[in-house]
Write a protein that binds this ligand. Structure first.
Ligand code: IFG
Length: 519
């Protein structure tokens, strides 16, 4: 039977009417450009509008949940000018409001997951723990137009598509590292880096606080470490350091965004700044010269002297006392000037010291050559055989494969900043890898998570650093958060393309990769 065009049109109109009535037309919630991609997002018809009637209601009187509500209000108000306030309620909130509440256990959401229910009447954000609410707020930010991130008033409307999002991370450790030793970064620059991590639901900041070129954390019992060892940096300009008060300010700033700071004191190699500050730490008793180059592997603490272990005990003790997080990172990489027969007992003793101060050990993959303490974590960066040695001792692995995850690698042979000893890492190289399949012997159950380190030999301030961080950091955030079976390059890159307008609204510098169909 030949279908007349007229009948076809009538049939389509009828179908559209039917869909419209049943509300099953899916809104664009699942197609929003969220990064990391949520575990599930089901769209419904219509949208929620932020208006001057909108307030944020917090169930109960918890100061922490009210602070989280205020965090959201402080993002929304400068751009929307809606004067959104945080109120508490024990009943259902007013229509048109955003509602934050901790739920009784919703096992599937775990420690960091959340559920976001958006209807035309209200937004309800619930989670088992405050960190889940905080991650849900990042999703609300990304569901609003990019101009919401601006600090000056913007035109409305402020619509969020209706639907339900249930979301939780694949890995519990989703981090980055900032090398503040090669080049020093101010407290405000580190805070800005923390904001970037929080926006993409990352939850660890590893601070590389000491190296050949600089010692960056005040140690009261060894004051010359910063007075002398903090003086300079790569290239010879003024260095800097964090007082313990400033370090604690950074820890609190990170904690308020559900980010754990892990401090690293790299040893026995990468220690010239300490060796230049105290002659007694050198085997010949003579202080070395300050160093402003970029070579590695030439320095070593004197592993035969008892004073070395008193030094380490003092340093670790003072650092552990101002570090609420569970780990102290002991470095251990590139100790080319420490004979292996000295390196192994040295790392064993350092692990003992860290454990005595109530912290767990994290170290670059070479530490697997020693006898690892229970709960020690091996940070795989270069040698697979070291990571496998760690597994053989029952250690977990933190995945930071240099050829996929080093943020200080150039994008290509002509891009500014960065090195290329591990290869070039374009946006696709940084995204198209699965931590649980990269090395056959390292399986998902052996992995605590991923970390994308930013070494700072070639960048000296946050703007230069952002050129290396963006657009690759969102990819690492998704590798750490979204189940690998839900990840694919084509879908990811079309979402990433929409984030440029957000970075512009936030004043973030970025590399305009040709691989991204920027919107
Ligand atoms: N390797 C060194 C870093 C830094 C890096 C630059 C590690 C663990 C090369 N060690 O990566 O100090 O110089 O890409």
């Amino acid at each position: 039977m030949e279908t007349k065009p007229k009948n076809l049109i009538i049939a389509c109109l009828a179908l559209l009417f039917l869909i419209g009535q049943t509300g099953c037309i899916s809104s664009d919630l699942p197609n929003e450009n969220l990064i990391p991609k949520p575990v599930s997002a089901i769209g419904e018809r219509g949208s929620f509008d932020l208006t001057d009637q909108t307030n944020i209601f917090v169930r109960g009187d918890s100061p922490e949940i009210k602070r989280i509500g205020q965090y959201l209000a402080d993002i929304l108000n400068p751009s929307t000018k809606l004067g959104i306030e945080v109120k508490t309620t024990d009943t259902e909130p007013n229509p048109g409001s955003i509602y934050l509440a901790l739920l009784p256990a919703d096992a599937e959401l775990g420690e960091e997951g959340y559920e976001l229910d958006i209807t035309s009447k209200s937004i309800s954000l619930t989670a088992n723990f405050p960190s889940g609410l905080f991650h849900g707020i990042q999703t609300i930010r990304q569901l609003l137009p990019a101009r919401v991130e601006k600090k000056e008033g913007q035109k409305g409307p402020w619509k969020i598509s209706n639907g339900i999002i249930r979301d939780y991370p694949a890995y519990s450790y989703r981090g980055s590292m900032l090398d503040v030793a090669r080049h020093f970064f101010s407290v405000d620059e580190v805070k800005r880096f923390i904001d970037h991590l929080a926006f993409y639901k990352m939850n660890v900041l590893h601070l590389h606080l000491s190296d050949d070129q600089g010692w960056r954390i005040e140690i009261k019992s060894w004051p010359n470490l910063t007075a002398h060892g903090g003086k300079t940096e790569v290239g010879g300009s003024d260095g800097g350091y964090y007082t313990q008060k400033q370090y604690s300010e950074l820890v609190k700033y990170a904690e308020d965004q559900y980010i754990t700071i892990i401090p690293e004191i790299d040893m026995p190699g990468h220690t010239n700044a300490a060796l230049a500050s105290y002659g007694v730490l050198n085997c010949d008793g003579k202080a070395s010269e300050l160093y402003t180059g970029v070579e590695v592997g030439f320095s070593s603490l004197c592993t035969h002297k008892e004073i070395t272990y008193k030094f380490i005990n003092d340093v670790v003790g003072e650092l552990a006392a101002i570090t609420p997080g569970p780990y102290i990172h002991i470095g251990g990489d590139e100790s080319h000037s420490t004979p292996i027969e000295d390196y192994i007992p040295f790392v064993n003793r350092v692990q003992e010291i860290v454990t005595l101060h109530g912290k767990k050990v994290l170290g670059w993959d070479e530490i697997a050559l020693s006898t690892l303490k229970p709960n020690a974590v091996v940070q795989y960066w270069s040698k697979t055989e070291n990571a496998i040695k760690g597994l053989a001792q029952g250690a977990k692995v933190l995945m930071s494969p240099a050829k996929n995850a080093y943020l200080d690698m150039q994008y290509d042979s002509i891009s500014m900043f960065g090195l290329h000893w591990a290869g070039y890492i374009e946006v696709d190289d940084g995204y198209n890898w699965d931590p649980a399949r990269l090395v056959p012997e390292i399986r998902k159950e052996n992995i605590i998570g991923i970390e994308a380190p930013l070494w700072s030999e070639t960048v000296s301030n946050i703007t230069e650093a952002e050129y290396l961080i963006f657009p690759r950091l969102p990819g690492y955030a998704e590798v750490g958060w979204t189940p690998s079976e839900k990840r694919n390059w084509g879908d990811y890159i079309s979402r990433l393309a929409h984030h440029r307008e957000r970075w512009k609204a936030m004043g973030i510098n970025f590399y305009p990769s040709k691989l991204v169909p920027w919107k």
